[in-house]
Design a protein around this ligand. Structure first.
Ligand SMILES: CC(C)(COP(=O)(O)OP(=O)(O)OC[C@H]1O[C@@H](n2cnc3c(N)ncnc32)[C@H](O)[C@@H]1OP(=O)(O)O)[C@@H](O)C(=O)NCCC(=O)NCCS
Length: 142
């Protein structure tokens, strides 16, 4: 393993990769926490929707930690993993990492657990299918 690969997430699959832009900053010039949170919510929603194979809504965010600041020019990578599946809910573990200034060291900046609920066309909670009932191409991407 190369040196740069040793500083990498040990959990989850890369779900979103994007660039922190000047328009995403707070008054101190760092990237606004709400922007990072929204990237995490998007990535977790992709992961939860794939596992549930239907529409999902965010119902709670647990143990959100902002560990290090994100700076303009950092490449943000959001990693997701299905942590737990309930009857209608899914807990998704999310980690956001940056590559400083596009090319520098990789650092973990945030982590959290997002809870989603699978919903039907009327917005009512609906059961999440069993893993064994998912098509193989879906299961292999989780
Ligand atoms: C998600 C929603 C449909 C759930 O409705 P509900 O009547 O509470 O549904 P239920 O009582 O059937 O609970 C459904 C599941 O959600 C879980 N849940 C509900 N509220 C929760 C909360 N605040 N925190 C954690 N889990 C919660 C329940 O434990 C249950 O899980 P399980 O089926 O795996 O055991 C409803 O709360 C909702 O529409 N919320 C708004 C979601 C939304 O708009 N999100 C985007 C915000 S911008």
């Amino acid at each position: 393993m190369s040196q740069e690969d040793s500083n990498a997430p040990d959990r989850g699959r890369l779900t979103i990769r994007t660039l922190a832009m000047p328009s995403d900053t707070n008054p101190s010039g760092d990237i606004f926490g709400g922007w990072v949170l929204s990237q995490m919510d998007l990535a977790a929603g992709i992961c939860a929707g794939q596992r549930a194979q239907r529409r999902v809504v965010t119902v709670a965010v647990e143990s959100m930690s902002f560990i290090r600041p994100v700076k303009v020019g950092d490449v943000l990578g959001v990693y997701t993993e299905v942590e737990k599946v309930g009857r209608t809910s899914l807990d998704i573990h999310v980690e956001a990492w940056v590559r400083r200034g596009r090319i520098g060291e990789r650092e973990k900046v945030t982590e959290a657990t997002f809870r989603f609920v699978a919903v039907d066309d009327n917005g009512k909670s609906t059961p999440v299918p069993k893993l064994d009932d998912l098509p193989p191409y879906v299961a292999s991407e989780l």
